[in-house]
Design a protein around this ligand. Structure first.
Ligand code: C2E
Ligand code: MG
Ligand code: MG
Ligand code: MG
Length: 288
């Protein structure tokens, strides 16, 4: 099997890079049991409000704790989930787990919400909305503190189902977000008609912002366009301290990225939140 050193120092199993289709098939079979066997875990990445430099939300990112291969990242198994029938149970589990986690943080006095990622396939699941509603009710999390994200390219795979499902989520009071914006060729017409609350500028643009070239102008245009459409704008993949004041000056509302914090397990995020609360905010940008 191929293994790679990831940024966090853990060896990562990469079935997508594995030439053996037997390995892929075995993994598809394994994934069928992952939800019932309790092998999925959520890591949460802080989302920072750029106007106040405070923690306002988190993004829940799924990982698979495989009994033999260790922690597998979503890019390596989300596409396999469709083949193993796990897309639906996974989304249900993520909704329940993430709302429960956010409600716990709120009970600890942290005014923080949570965003979950959906696949376009999830939008065809007739139970999805009911599961979301039940998860909100069971956890006690206010609907406005939940965000559902769908990538721009997946939105464009079926704009009409995205439209009706996002309308239904908004009717529940849940916020809706277009993820990885700038990579999916959506038209302004679609964006205007979709019931969106938020736009997330893809990290490829944010990452290149301080370099020479057009990325700065592109980011600025995306922020202005988002605001003109009445959306909140989030910058993803903020890795450089210098980009924080720049984004704030451009009016970008929120940001997330390794500069602030990496995704982390529930327990470690709770500690991180406590530290941030104690010391005002100890964002790295202050010392950088
Ligand atoms: P995404 O929703 O765009 O999530 C952001 C990804 O960028 C995460 O990767 C995160 O760890 C990474 N990231 C955050 N800040 C930085 C940064 O400063 N620099 C760099 N280089 N990367 C950063 P991750 O966790 O590997 O997730 C990859 C993708 O997998 C997600 O992209 C999302 O599309 C998908 N995904 C994650 N969880 C779920 C889930 O529960 N369901 C579904 N359907 N998809 C999921
Ligand atoms: Mg996302
Ligand atoms: Mg994204
Ligand atoms: Mg992405």
């Amino acid at each position: 099997y191929m293994a790679k050193r990831s940024g966090t120092g853990t060896a990562t199993y990469r079935p997508e890079a594995d030439s053996s289709s037997v390995a892929r098939l075995t993994l598809i079979g394994d994934l069928r049991d992952a939800v019932p066997a309790g092998q999925l875990v959520l890591h949460y990445q802080p989302v920072i409000d750029l106007h106040s430099l405070t923690l306002v939300s988190t993004e829940a990112l799924v990982r698979w704790q495989h009994p033999e291969h260790g922690l597998i990242m979503p890019d390596e198994f989300i596409s396999l989930a469709a083949l193993s029938g796990a897309t639906r149970p996974m989304a249900h589990w993520v909704l329940r787990e993430a709302t429960r986690a956010a409600a716990e943080w709120q009970a600890d006095g942290h005014a923080v919400g949570v965003a979950v990622n959906l696949s376009v396939r999830n939008l065809f699941d007739r139970d999805l909305l009911g599961v979301a509603e039940a998860a909100l009710e069971a956890s006690g999390l206010p609907p406005g503190d939940l965000v559902v994200e769908l990538t721009e390219s997946e939105l464009m795979e079926d704009p009409s189902v995205a439209l009706s499902q996002f309308e239904a989520f908004q009717a529940l009071g849940v916020r809706t977000s277009v993820d990885d914006f700038g990579t999916g060729y959506s038209s302004l017409t679609y964006l205007r008609d979709l019931p969106l609350s938020e736009l997330k500028v893809d990290r490829t643009f944010v990452g290149a912002m301080h370099q020479r070239g057009g990325a700065f102008t592109i980011v600025r245009s995306m922020i202005d366009m988002g605001h003109n459409l009445g959306l909140e704008v989030v910058a993803e993949g903020v890795e450089h301290a210098d980009d924080v004041p720049t984004l704030a000056r451009l009016g970008c509302d929120r940001a997330q990225g390794f500069h602030f914090a990496r995704p982390m397990p529930h327990d470690r995020l709770r500690t991180w939140m406590d530290e941030v609360r104690e010391s005002g905010i100890t964002l790295p940008s202050r010392s950088a």
